[in-house]
Design a protein around this ligand. Structure first.
Ligand SMILES: Cc1cc2nc3c(=O)[nH]c(=O)nc-3n(C[C@H](O)[C@H](O)[C@H](O)COP(=O)(O)OP(=O)(O)OC[C@H]3O[C@@H](n4cnc5c(N)ncnc54)[C@H](O)[C@@H]3O)c2cc1C
Length: 405
């Protein structure tokens, strides 16, 4: 006899584990959380763990503010550890056109009651002495920003879900979502079928693969993102504000007594997950140090430390980009009971607590608590992206994450 559940969540990364947690903690549902690899072992633990509050739209700012309070209360709520530091951040412009973007950012941030202020290049460098003023023409201080240990969120949510009755199944790949009469009936795994009326596709880089097995095309592109963690550096205090250089799309934050830094490169590396071996693990992803070396040169005047610091760790993962930079969250209009939690656009870990809570309520209530139509998969209806168009749009969104024009 096959096993049953109220909801099966496919993928125990940040998004899937948060959804599973809120389904059990808030709604006492019978939840199974399946992962083809270990729980929380793929892209999520390889992230930078930066929480960026000054997003491009008001909805995202509302959501990320909610995520900040869930991150602050994570341990109290779930009983699981989460190390986080409220460091604030500096957004840096090196070109006049990016100063204009900062001015719009400032107005939006104030309107949304964020702690934002324009600071001079000298003031910015005083706040983080590893930043040098050469070539800086504008700077914004964002007091709400913070960072956390990316390895703790997904495993923490999953463990907390398990304590509340969710069944965790690592090393269990879903080969397809079973559908009959236009409704989800469960999933098929190598160990057999599991019956459920609702399945959440939170399979990260493999989201498309899971959906396509059920005949659903979801327009997102698995995209490499890499970072370096340096050896400890004298003076690199954990509370120094993070730095983002807009046009170079380089980010830095304190980490383990040194710095963690990465870049959204001009020509990102995309992956077709179906072309990779069946047992492909994100740890097997090819890394390319030349991308980081070029980025360090590009910001050498502002962040010389990136060119000189010894490297302790070089890692990367495969987040998913969409053509418009928004997540893909909510139900499929074509198959009843099929939900998505994906399209993270390299910023999905920090917002996972909020999206998981919203999706759990959406599944139970039949509608979202706020207007999330910008994240609905239906927004792409009638847009038949070729793979090439999709990659072109996704590449633009990727490189312009900080709003540089
Ligand atoms: C270098 C880097 C820096 C980043 N920096 C930040 C940052 O500062 N802030 C931020 O918010 N985000 C950041 N991100 C993005 C963040 O990592 C992602 O948005 C987030 O981790 C996505 O979570 P996920 O649950 O979608 O994916 P994943 O963590 O990859 O989880 C998906 C899971 O699905 C499982 N799965 C796949 N297919 C199947 C199947 N068929 N059956 C069962 N299980 C399956 C996988 O094994 C995997 O565990 C960064 C990412 C990288 C790589």
């Amino acid at each position: 006899m096959s096993e049953t559940a109220d909801v099966i969540v496919v993928g125990a990364g940040g998004l899937g584990a948060a959804t599973a947690y809120y389904l059990t903690a808030r709604h006492s549902l019978n939840v199974m959380l399946l992962d083809r690899h270990g729980i929380g072992s793929q892209t999520s633990p390889r992230a930078a763990g930066m929480v960026s509050c000054l997003r491009k739209g008001e909805l995202m700012i509302t959501l990320i503010k909610d995520a900040c309070s869930r991150i602050e209360n994570f341990t109290a709520e779930t009983g699981q550890p989460l190390d986080w530091v409220h460091s604030g951040s500096l957004k840096i412009a090196r070109r006049p056109q990016d100063v204009a973007v900062l001015e719009t950012d400032l107005a939006r941030g104030r309107h949304m009651a964020l702690d934002v202020e324009q600071v001079s290049p000298t003031e910015a460098c005083d706040l983080n002495p590893f930043l040098k003023p050469d070539g800086i023409v504008g700077a914004l201080r964002i007091g709400d920003d913070r960072y956390f240990d990316p390895a703790q969120i997904a495993v923490g949510f999953a463990a907390a879900a398990a304590e509340r009755g969710a069944r965790l199944r690592p090393d269990t790949a879903v080969s397809c979502v079973a559908v009959a009469g236009g409704r989800v009936t469960g999933v098929i795994t190598a160990d057999g079928a599991i019956t459920a009326p609702v399945v959440v596709d939170a399979a990260g880089a493999w989201t498309r693969q899971v959906a396509e097995e059920s005949g659903l095309r979801v327009p997102l592109v698995p995209t490499r993102q890499q970072l370096i963690v340096t050896e400890p550096i004298e003076g690199a205090a954990a509370t120094l504000p993070m730095v983002r250089i807009m046009d170079a799309a380089v980010y830095v934050r304190p980490c383990r007594g040194g710095f963690l830094w990465g870049v959204y490169e001009e020509e990102p590396r995309f992956f077709d997950m179906t072309a990779l071996p069946v047992n492909f693990d994100i740890a097997d992803m090819p890394l390319d140090m030349a991308v980081l070396q070029a980025a360090a040169v590009a910001v050498a005047d502002q962040l010389p430390v990136l060119s000189t610091a010894a490297i302790d760790e070089f890692r990367g993962g495969i987040p998913t980009m969409t053509a418009d930079g928004h997540h893909i969250l909510g139900p499929s209009p074509d198959i009843t009971g099929f939900y998505f939690a994906s399209g993270c656009n390299v910023a999905g870990l920090s917002i996972a607590p909020t999206l998981g809570a919203l999706l759990a309520d959406w599944i139970v209530d039949g509608k979202p608590a706020l207007d999330l139509s910008t994240m609905a998969v239906t927004r792409f209806a009638g847009t038949e992206w070729t793979e090439q168009q999709l990659r072109r749009e996704a590449a633009w969104q990727y490189r312009h994450f900080y709003g540089a024009v």
